[in-house]
Design a protein around this ligand. Sequence first.
Ligand SMILES: *Cc1c(COP(=O)(O)O)cnc(C)c1O
Length: 227
Amino acid sequence: MLRIAENLKSVRERIETAARRVGRSPEEIVLVAVTKTRSVEEIREAIAHGVEHIGENYVQEAEKKFVEIGTAVHWHMIGHLQRNKVKHAVEIFDFVHSIDSEQLARELGRRAKAASKCVDVMVEVNISGEQSKFGVEPDNALDLAGSIRDIPGIRLCGFMGMAPIVNCPEEARPYFAKLKQLWDKLPDENRIFLSMGMTQDFEVAIEEGSNMVRIGTAIFGSRELSP
Ligand SMILES: *Cc1c(COP(=O)(O)O)cnc(C)c1O
C-alpha cells in the first residue's frame, strides 16, 4: 500500500515536469486514477493520498465500488458505454469520456435529466485508426460534437483519445497532436477537457496539450499482477 503513495508522488512529479517543460501550469492538469480491476482498499488508499478522480471501464464493476466509496470522489466512465447500461451509469458517473454516437448522448441526457443531474461528456475520437478501438473517426468528431452540444442533461466538455500501443512514447506524439488540433476547433464553451495520456504516454500527451490524464498502471502497478 505504501507503494500507491509513492507511485502517486512520482506520477505527480512527472506530470509537473512535463507541464513545465512546455510552459504550462501543472494545476491545470486533472489526474484521473484508473481503477479497473483494483480493490476498494486500493482505491481508498489512493483517495487518502489526494486522488479526487476515479476512472472505471465497466458500469457493473463501478457500481460495486461506488456503493462503498460514494461521492467522496468524481467518477469517470472511460470504457465503452452500452446504451442499456446508461440508466445505471447516470447513478454513478459525473463524467463520460466515451460518447461515440448521438443516440448514446441523447439516451444519457434523457436519463440524466430524469435523475435531475447533468453529466459532463467527451466525444471519444478514434485517433489510432485501429479497427478494434471505439470512438468516432476524426473526420466526424466535430459533426458529432455539434449535434450533441445542446442536448439537455449533458454538457459537452471536449474530446478523449487513445494512442496506439507503441514501443516508445515519442511515437504517440503525432496522434495526440492531431487530437489537439481537432479540439482547438471546438466552440469555447465545449473546449474544457482534452482527455489523453495513459501510463505509457502521459508526458507526451501533456506536452501536446492534454489537461486530463487517465493513469492506472503507474499508480497501482501492473494489472496482470493484481489479485
Ligand atoms: C485502462 C485504461 C487507462 C489506463 O491505462 P494504464 O496503462 O494502466 O495507465 C486509460 N484509459 C482507458 C480508456 C483505459 O481503458
